[in-house]
Write a protein that binds this ligand. Structure first.
Ligand code: MD6
Ligand code: FE
Length: 207
């Protein structure tokens, strides 16, 4: 496993091309299976009800949702009301290879970026523990990921994320601000309908 040299926060790890083409294809099939049972839904911002530009689903015992009432983890799909599909073993394998965490992931948030989708700078802080890292897998179109510090408003560094890249946010980097400033349309042929998938594996409860 090759880790790129970066000037980035401690606890942030970047594994370019972690997944080869065959592994990417297999993962896309796994995610197709998940979204067949738990369709992508349109999250909205709490209070304003403004839609986020990505569509989401989840797998694993818990899933992250955003609606008019807030951001939270819950065990059911907000539209169908059924439990989230099981986490595919391939995702658990990736976690075990890169997370350096004794506990299993409990949630995999699936974000789908279509044309013009972005994600504003945010911290991932809805989990009950920050002792586990967040492991993030990129599939499909290339994106520009921005990472800053733990305070809002600081400067950010751009990182190009290609299909098959994996990043880990742990330790002192766990609460760094980050977002997606752009996605390059048609930069990958991995997904039949185009776009980008980002999978984030998380531990939600203490261990
Ligand atoms: C994305 N990623 O790559 C958005 N969060 O589309 C995230 O929001 C993220 O990549 C926490 C840790 C790693 C991430
Ligand atoms: Fe995030």
């Amino acid at each position: 496993m090759q880790e790129a040299q970066t000037h980035l926060p401690d606890g942030f790890h970047f594994f370019p091309s972690f997944l080869d083409q065959a592994a990417q294809n297999a993962l896309v099939e796994d995610i197709r299976g998940v979204v067949a049972q738990a369709p992508l839904f349109q999250p909205v911002m709490p209070r304003s009800g403004k839609p986020l530009s990505v569509k989401m689903s989840n797998c694993g015992p818990l899933g992250w949702v955003a609606d008019i009432n807030g951001y939270r983890y819950q065990d059911r799909h907000p539209v169908t009301g059924t439990p989230w599909p099981a986490m595919p073993p391939r995702l658990v394998d990736i976690w075990q290879q890169v997370a350096d965490c004794p506990a299993q992931p409990e949630a995999c948030l699936i974000n789908h970026y279509g044309e013009a989708a972005k994600m504003g700078l945010h911290q991932d802080r809805d989990e009950q523990t920050f002792d586990a890292p967040v492991v993030s897998i990129s599939l499909g179109d290339t994106a520009v990921f921005r990472i800053g510090g733990t305070k809002r408003g600081g400067k950010t560094l751009p990182i190009t994320l290609n299909s098959g890249d994996v990043i880990v946010f742990g330790g002192p980097a766990r609460l760094c601000y980050h977002g997606i400033s752009r996605v390059y349309p048609d930069s990958s042929t991995l997904l039949k309908g185009g776009g980008r998938l980002n999978l984030t594996l998380r531990r939600v409860t203490p261990f």
